[in-house]
Design a protein around this ligand. Sequence first.
Ligand code: SF4
Length: 258
Amino acid sequence: MTKPKTKITPAAKSANSKSGTKPSPKRKPMPRSPYTKEEIKEMFRRFSIQRPEPKGELEHVNPYTLVVAVALSAQATDAGVNKATRALFAVADTPQKMLDLGEDKVREYIKTIGLYRNKAKNVIALSQKLIDDFDGVVPETREELITLPGVGRKTANVVQSMAFGIPTMAVDTHVFRIGNRLRLAPGKTPDDVEDILMKRIPEEYLYHAHHWLILHGRYCCKARKPECDKCVIADICKSKEKTCDIPAALVELPAQPF
Ligand code: SF4
């Protein structure tokens, strides 16, 4: 299992979970966990055996193309984004090349992706901003990343983790569902779920936790019908939707399909 590049202290863990947002004076108290610390540790230990090196499924060739790919992925599947960006990144893998290509051509490349008109605008605007304010280099902090057009907290978290090795918890639809369904991190908003997960997931598993939860949600704990008979944490899970108590065999899974 790859270690994060940065050592996570409890203070950093907490600060990282909140940096980039306005201070929130009325943060809700954390709900009581139905899991013991040992149970949570055991869940992630099993995920780490199933997928020792989990990877994001968005194709990119450098931090800049990762920012673009993640920004394009809102309300779209990773596979759909990859299909469009393969050709786009072959001709434009830097902010300047993207600006040289121009909005009309960017729109043509990404027209199979939902909301492509707006997204093409944002790709051009964020490329311009990178050149104007950051010398064409993708910044590492969440505060700076979210100043880029089309880049919100979730995108910034993904970029920090995948491009710079900073442990973050980007809460997408799968992570949000799992946090609530398992009662591991119950919350009404992605920020609530992120905060709780950042506090409950043991430090040694935090770096890969985001991908483990996404992949578990995508391939096992599915939205419509969780496949509990294939689940390696079925004996630990405290979801009311659980249909099986016997954990699946704990083996390393084949590389994930793209
Ligand atoms: S037991 Fe079922 S509900 Fe619980 S995590 Fe596994 S797939 Fe999801």
